[in-house]
Design a protein around this ligand. Structure first.
Ligand SMILES: Nc1ncnc2c1ncn2[C@@H]1O[C@H](COP(=O)(O)OP(=O)(O)OP(=O)(O)O)[C@@H](O)[C@H]1O
Ligand SMILES: [Mg+2]
Length: 238
């Protein structure tokens, strides 16, 4: 078993006249927390959509855990152990938390049993909310439920699209603490505009700019790179 978990080569995506990704190469090792940053519209969500099978790319290869996954359906990719959360949280608002979790257990070959689900829910600080309607929860709680729905499937890689977007500074601290523990359970890939998340969690960071890789390396080096400051960090309050 190689220690490379995810390998993308020459991944490209066009939307009509917009080139969202231009030949991205990216390697993520098992256990390595990878951060992806870059300005609005630079292609970060598109990259995750291509990897998770929610969009089909125009070219390039994607290998996950030794399997070629480009062009496969999201459910096949999830069954291989790659899952993701969404920039706009996705839970079933009319269902209770328990019912939301039950939807995630259907057709999941490695799904946890009841005891494991309860243990995860307590760890995620959401076990006491199982009978609440998901739509009545705070955004942080909804993100915790979304994480639980993915984790009960025991993924090898969890891709998180802006996990602290819209949260208060206190809630950001809670989510960072949860994600720091999550790193012990599976490999994480995290898109963020909040650099505190990247500094505290990422082992490696990739910067996208207009669909191309601008920089890549250790967070301390990349966040101090003058090109990254000039073209991204200098314009945001993070
Ligand atoms: N479904 C789509 N149809 C057409 N264009 C799209 C679609 N999805 C993304 N794009 C375009 O592709 C480019 C990259 O968008 P993407 O959402 O990947 O950016 P992002 O880096 O995630 O930005 P943000 O930080 O704002 O979330 C943008 O120009 C966007 O308008
Ligand atoms: Mg995005």
């Amino acid at each position: 078993m190689t220690d490379i978990l995810l390998e993308a080569r020459g991944v490209s995506k066009r939307f009509g006249g917009v080139i969202a990704l231009k030949g991205i190469d990216l390697v993520q090792r098992r256990g390595e927390a990878l951060g992806m940053i870059g300005p609005n519209g630079s292609g970060k969500t598109t990259f995750v959509n291509l990897i998770s099978g929610h969009l089909k790319g125009n070219s390039g290869s994607i290998c996950f855990d030794g399997q070629a996954i480009a062009g496969k359906h999201p459910y096949q990719i999830a069954q291989a152990g790659l899952t993701r959360t969404y920039q706009a949280v996705r839970v079933f608002g009319e269902l209770t938390v328990r019912e939301n979790i039950m939807t995630a257990l259907v057709d999941a070959p490695h799904a946890l049993g009841q005891h494991g689900v309860g243990e995860l829910a307590d760890w995620l600080r959401i076990g006491h909310r199982f009978d609440a309607r998901a739509g009545s929860l705070t955004l942080l709680e909804q993100r915790q439920v979304e994480l639980l729905m993915r984790l009960v499937q025991q993924p090898k890689l969890m891709m998180l699209d802006e996990p602290v977007g819209g949260l208060s500074s206190v809630e950001v601290r809670t989510m960072i603490a949860i994600l720091a523990e999550l790193k012990q359970r599976c490999t994480i890939f995290v898109i963020e505009h909040t650099m505190k998340v990247i500094r505290e969690l990422a082992d490696k960071v990739v910067v996208l700019l207009a669909g191309e890789k601008l920089a890549e390396g250790r967070p301390a080096d990349v966040l101090a790179d003058q090109r990254v400051i000039d073209r991204y960090l200098g314009n945001i309050d993070a």
